[in-house]
Design a protein. Structure first.
Length: 355
């Protein structure tokens, strides 16, 4: 699927908001409150809700891919292989390097989720507050869990199964936030609490005509306002931007090259930004290293992520092409194996699952 400038622009806004919240709002909250007031400090801190923007965009993009491919042979296997190739190499490299550093040099706290939980994407179910470097990784686990369940729903029940799954997410998560404590870990990082934005993205993808997307997003935003649910408001507003990204005024706001570049690098930026901040704190021996040092570290982060994404962009298409050829070979072999059965019968579900 070709990249869309508007989608990359939305991702760029989201990742820059998350970085500002973690690098500026957290260490300088008291200074910001003193200079500009507590409301300003709270607004900057709330940029961490950029994670919910990512969820809407992921639900939308993954929904489009699944809706397009779910009836194809070997859909599930091919889909999961492509997702794994995009996420696992850099993610596992970060987990292993940072986990080893914390365990053997920095000291890994007993109260933090164990490293093995990050390796199997269960960190968002673990009690205890994560280390600074691993603090954002809970949302990666939610996305991976969403990929797997959404693909299974579509493989089993087709398009209707994925739509039903999206509706379920939009019904369950706000209800859980309304009924239970929302800032106690692991509840706040559980998919039961935080997946309605993903569900909204799926329903936006299901709207082929695009006529209902704006109304759905605006309604979700209004419901969030009535319920005083910030997550719903952010998700609905993000969905509205996704739905209106072709509008000239919106497209102009999302079109700057530097913003789209940040959007294309958003996964690397998200995984590495806290590690770079940690390195800055260690090098300066100062929890508040100052704005010039932070700007320099941001430049280092951009260069590092650009190199990583260029390398991934060069290698990933080749690996995906090889996996597709392997799946094609497996399909031909199975056709030969099943041709001896009467009529060459094959389960449609089995074909989708690649079994």
């Amino acid at each position: 699927m070709e990249r869309e400038a508007g989608i990359d622009g939305i991702r760029g806004l989201a990742i820059l908001g998350v970085i500002v919240a973690h690098w500026i709002a957290d260490p300088f909250r008291s200074s910001i409150a003193t200079l500009f007031g507590t409301k300003a400090a709270g607004i900057i801190g709330s940029l961490t809700y950029g994670v919910d923007v990512f969820f809407v965009v992921s639900g939308y993009l993954i929904g489009r891919i699944i809706f397009k491919e779910c009836n194809r042979e070997y859909f599930l296997r091919g889909f999961l292989i492509r997702r794994a190739l995009r996420i696992l190499p850099l993610y596992y490299l970060c987990v292993l390097i940072f986990g080893a550093y914390a365990a053997f040099i920095g000291g890994y706290p007993d109260t933090a989720p164990p490293v093995w939980a990050y390796l199997v994407f269960l960190q968002n179910f673990m009690s205890g507050r994560p280390t600074l470097i691993f603090n954002p990784y809970w949302s990666v686990a939610i996305e991976v869990q969403f990929y797997v369940v959404a693909a299974l729903a579509a493989a089993a029940c087709g398009r209707r199964g994925l739509i039903a799954f999206g509706v379920l997410l939009m019904a369950v998560s706000p209800s859980m936030r309304a009924l239970g404590p929302t800032w106690d870990l692991p509840s706040w990082t559980s998919p039961l609490w935080r997946s309605d934005a993903l569900g909204l993205g799926v329903l936006l993808a299901a709207d082929r005509s695009g006529r209902l997307s704006s109304a759905l997003s605006a309604t979700w935003t209004a419901l969030g306002f009535v319920a005083a649910d910030t997550t719903m408001m952010v998700a609905g507003s993000s969905g509205l931007i996704v739905a209106l990204r072709a509008n000239h005024a919106v497209a102009v706001c999302l079109s700057p090259a530097w913003l789209r570049l940040c959007g294309r690098m958003c996964f690397s930026l998200y995984l590495l930004h806290q590690a770079v901040l940690f390195g800055l704190v260690v090098l300066t021996d100062n929890l508040n290293p100052g704005l010039p040092a932070i700007l320099a570290a941001f430049g280092v982060l951009l260069v590092l992520c650009f190199v990583i994404e260029e390398c991934m962009g060069a290698l990933l298409p080749k690996v995906v092409a090889r996996s597709r050829r392997a799946l094609g070979t497996a399909a031909r072999q199975e056709e030969v194996a099943t041709s001896s059965f009467p009529g060459g019968l094959r389960s449609s579900l089995g074909a989708r699952l690649g079994t």
